[in-house]
Design a protein around this ligand. Sequence first.
Ligand SMILES: NC(=O)c1ccc[n+]([C@@H]2O[C@H](COP(=O)([O-])OP(=O)(O)OC[C@H]3O[C@@H](n4cnc5c(N)ncnc54)[C@H](O)[C@@H]3O)[C@@H](O)[C@H]2O)c1
Length: 333
Amino acid sequence: MLNKVLIVGAGSIGRRHTENFGKYISHVDIVDIRDDRIAEAESKFKINKSFKDYNEAIAKNKYDAVIITAPPHLHLPIANKAVEFNNNIFIEKPLGIDVKGWDEVSKICSRKKLVNYVAYCHRHINYTNKFKSIIDDNKIGKIFNIVIRWGSYLPDWHPWEDYRSFYMAKKEQGGGALLDESHGIDLLRYIFGEVKEVFAIVDKISNLEITADDHAFLTLRLKNNSLAQISFDLNARYTFCKIEATGENGTAIWDRVDHKIKIFNSIEKNWTEEKFSKDDFLNMYQNQTNHYLDCLKNKIDPLIDIKDALKTQLIIDKSFESTSKKKIIAIED
Ligand SMILES: NC(=O)c1ccc[n+]([C@@H]2O[C@H](COP(=O)([O-])OP(=O)(O)OC[C@H]3O[C@@H](n4cnc5c(N)ncnc54)[C@H](O)[C@@H]3O)[C@@H](O)[C@H]2O)c1
């Protein structure tokens, strides 16, 4: 029976996971370096014990899982500590700030049979999987190109704090459009296939007061020869979150703002549209929690593990490299 988890980082997503895991797990401990974050979580949720140092929490307790919800630059050291003490891990996206060190964590997990999951949660939206089956079932034929647009305005994200103090503003903590919005790269791989090469411009060009990038524009070729363009930004005053695929028999659109899928059939020359709800989108978090608990209970492989997320992380690393070298970079296996 599963009864004990540790959540490391009691910020925005940490609170959500505390609530979701708390529905099934009787003993939830949390860690945060900030007293106000601990106090807020304790006032809202049933917390067994709170810590200010994850090393102490992990060394003193055996958990069924350690849920890593701190800023990205801390994901690797927390994961290393958790697996050293034989804990299963759940890592928020992005995997980390780069690929370094993760292969070793993955190997330790394999050796110790630890369930390791990376939270690219958009795979758990029901209409993402509907969209994937439209592509898999060849409804619009061979795919020629994919355009992904992901944008929103950073100062709107956390109305309770000054965006300049949020980790997202800080390059050294793993902030920025490319790392954060890498959900789009994960979905590209999940739905359309693996990437062969990338050319990217990743830059800070707006007047946001941040040291991280606020724009990441990527042009990619997939191994199956389809072309993709991805644009991520932190400046869009109206949120965009869209995938548009053009195939030989039509176009399919996944829209995570209006919660719908639209298909243009180029033979019949008509549009069909299927509408979903905001709950379908938000349920991804609970679906993800249930999936992870299922993996723990039944020792099944998670939908996305470190090995899988490393492929997305490699594309991120190569996009930064492409920007500095001003070159197309191959994505090696
Ligand atoms: N999957 C999603 O939909 C989703 C949504 C939001 C955030 N995230 C990811 O979750 C992570 C956190 O994002 P957030 O928005 O919750 O950030 P946040 O700033 O709201 O929360 C991070 C928390 O970690 C705490 N922290 C910092 N150093 C720590 C340490 N050494 N030990 C313990 N706690 C520490 C901070 O005090 C803060 O409370 C990021 O990787 C982000 O990309 C994912």
